[in-house]
Design a protein. Structure first.
Length: 299
């Protein structure tokens, strides 16, 4: 199921292409209780919070243990810090996605796959002709974002946006684990065969995207990372190479960052895509391999 794969890069792509517009209002949802963990030593506490990058209005999640942990923290650490100017993001995206060999995107696909891809783009209001100069991962990312936007999900009320605004209002320091260029580079550096595989998986997953993403959000709101992980593991089986690049490898890097951060005193609130804190190869698993224990924070 694709959203579990692209979740970490959705904010960058969504802002870059300016895909987000007006969204239908949803009825207020019950108070959410997403999962939260912490890592501690004598003078340092690091909270680990799994985020959802796009959300519908009415989800009340910034409360309880999450809000208390955030308020105690001196510093917020996100995956990336988005440029304030979306045009700058768009320029970076376009430059990194441009096919240097001049081969059109559609020409990289078999006739049957090409027809399905072009039909999917048209169905989601994306002119496939505009994407012809780009590599396949660009089309895959576009098809990962546009359907959710049409279903009423918005990035401007995603968890990162709320947390960053709250941190800036409170005068907290805001840092990032990666740069925009690094995140996009994970896709841009994929071998062409894997880029095509990513695009094909995206197209094939579109019919189930609404129901699958809704399930993931339900598990996130209920604080059920095990169920979220089960869905993710099933979706990643078809693309293990992509999972290593986009998920497991990055989790290992972040675990090393957390280990190093424990050498400095303070309280830090780390917020990354919820998929990184669930299942085999999660940040918690990587920390355990480094001899560092994580504990679930209870209400």
């Amino acid at each position: 199921m694709l959203p579990a794969l692209f979740r970490a890069l959705a904010p960058a792509f969504g802002a870059a292409l300016l895909l987000l517009g007006g969204a239908a209002q949803a009825r207020p949802a019950p108070v959410a209780t997403p999962a939260l963990w912490h890592v501690k030593d004598a003078d340092t506490t690091i909270y680990l919070f799994g985020t959802v990058h796009v959300m519908k209005p009415g989800v009340d999640w910034f409360n309880g243990k999450v809000k208390r942990a955030f308020d105690r923290s001196d510093e917020l650490v996100l995956e990336i810090i988005e440029p304030d100017d979306p045009k700058a993001m768009g320029a970076t995206l376009a430059q990194m996605a441009l096919a240097k060999d001049g081969v059109k995107l559609s020409d990289r696909l078999t006739p049957e796959v090409r027809a399905k891809y072009q039909a999917a783009m048209a169905a989601n209001g994306l002119p496939w002709q505009t994407f012809e100069p780009f590599n396949p991962w660009m089309g895959g990312m576009a098809l990962s974002v546009a359907p959710l936007e049409r279903l009423g999900y918005r990035s401007d009320i995603g968890a990162e946006k709320i947390l960053r605004a709250a941190a800036q209002s409170a005068g907290k320091r805001v840092e990032a684990l990666e740069t925009v260029e690094q995140q996009l580079g994970f896709f841009a550096s994929l071998p062409m065969a894997q880029q095509v595989q990513f695009l094909n998986a995206t197209v094939d997953g579109l019919p189930e995207m609404e129901s699958e993403f809704a399930k993931l959000l339900t598990y996130w709101q209920a604080g059920q990372p095990d169920k979220l992980a089960a869905m993710m593991n099933e979706s990643l089986e078809a693309t293990p190479e992509l999972a290593q690049v986009l998920l497991t490898g990055r989790n290992a890097n972040w675990a090393k960052w957390i280990r190093a951060r424990l050498d400095r005193p303070g309280t830090v609130f780390v917020a990354v895509g919820a998929g990184h804190l669930a299942g085999k190869g999660s940040v918690q698993d990587q920390l355990k391999a480094l001899g560092i224990a994580t504990r679930r924070v209870k209400e």
